[in-house]
Ligand binder design. Structure first.
Ligand code: UTP
Length: 297
């Protein structure tokens, strides 16, 4: 296993999206568009740019439109062709060609750890990546976040969790890592001795929060299979990674890039504004609108 490259990724997208109701009553939150592109497409693009060849999306019975989005749509293609909209034809076809995407259903939303366990037979005995279905990371300065984590995995041949520093007031929202005191951090890489799910500010061992990107060894499945329910009555991936640390080294990698939690209303609005300000066709009008609003606030 140790010599194998990271070729496969899992995108868990079977959560209920309760923070985004009523939009998520019939529509998966991963399909909500940031400007004109569904969140999950940005995530698939990051995986592909990071060298991933095969992607497994964990879905549920409410998520057919995600499968349709990454498939061919012959009727739409024919209609667009008839009306001479060839650029649009190319755009929808490019989405269908983006990657080898497979789907498996999580029958009940028993938590992120349980969702990842649904990928066991797809992954087999290889190291693999996880990209959360509602976490978008943009790194204009260099490599995508996942590629940075894969680089760290290749250096250590050990599981890597992607982290960034969050303010004290936000530690209660995330899994927080505890750096090993006996091992000096090496640049952005830190060896871990523990992780705590959503601690109180005063109990947090650091300000390094786990933010939606992981590269794990397949040993995690042994721990997920025997993992009991944790915080929120769900099977937590964090709890299984903590147990993995008893038998294997686990590192945190402080990745470069701006991360948006698109499953949260405010995170979604920030992503929409930033992405729109990056679009040449929207930039000028949106900037003028924001300036006008700011004067009135
Ligand atoms: P979240 O906690 O952000 O998703 O899980 P959620 O449960 O849909 O959100 P709320 O709190 O109800 O609004 C992180 C990721 O794990 C997936 C989610 O789809 C999301 O991408 N997930 C979560 C599953 O696939 N299955 C689960 O049982 C839980």
């Amino acid at each position: 296993m140790n010599h194998l490259p990271v070729r496969k990724a899992v995108i868990p997208a079977a959560g209920l999206g309760t923070r985004f109701l009523p939009a998520t009553k019939a529509m998966p939150k991963e399909m909500l568009p940031i400007v004109d592109t569904p969140t999950v497409q940005y995530i698939v693009e990051e995986a592909v740019k990071s060298g991933i060849e095969e992607i497994l999306v964990i879905t549920n019975s409410n998520k057919h439109c995600m499968e349709n989005h990454f498939d061919k749509n012959y009727e739409l293609e024919a209609r667009l062709t008839e009306s001479g909209k060839m650029q649009e034809v190319e755009m929808i076809n490019d989405i269908a060609k983006m990657a080898n995407i497979y789907y498996v259903r999580q029958k009940e939303p028993k938590g992120l750890g349980h969702a990842i366990l649904c990928a066991k037979s797809f992954i087999g005995n290889e190291p693999f990546a996880i990209l959360l279905g509602d976490d978008i990371v943009v790194n204009k300065k260099g490599d995508p976040a996942l590629k940075q984590l894969i680089g760290a995995f290749e250096q250590k041949r050990a599981s890597i969790v992607g982290v960034q520093t969050v303010p004290d007031s936000d530690v209660h929202k995330y899994g927080i890592v505890s750096p090993s005191l006996s091992t000096m951090p090496q640049g952005r890489l830190t060896k871990l001795c523990n992780m705590v799910e959503k601690p109180k500010t005063e109990d947090a061992p650091s300000n390094l929060a786990v933010l939606g990107r992981y590269v794990l060894t397949p040993a995690i499945f042994d721990y997920l299979e025997s993992q009991t329910t944790g915080a929120g009555g769900e099977i937590q991936l964090t709890d299984a990674i903590k147990r993995l640390m008893d038998s294997q080294a686990v590192y945190a990698y402080d990745f470069e890039g701006v991360r948006y939690d698109a499953g949260d209303k405010f995170g979604f609005i920030k992503a929409t504004i930033d992405f729109a300000l990056d679009r040449p066709e929207l930039q000028e009008a949106l900037a003028a609108y924001i300036k006008k609003l700011a004067e009135e606030l």
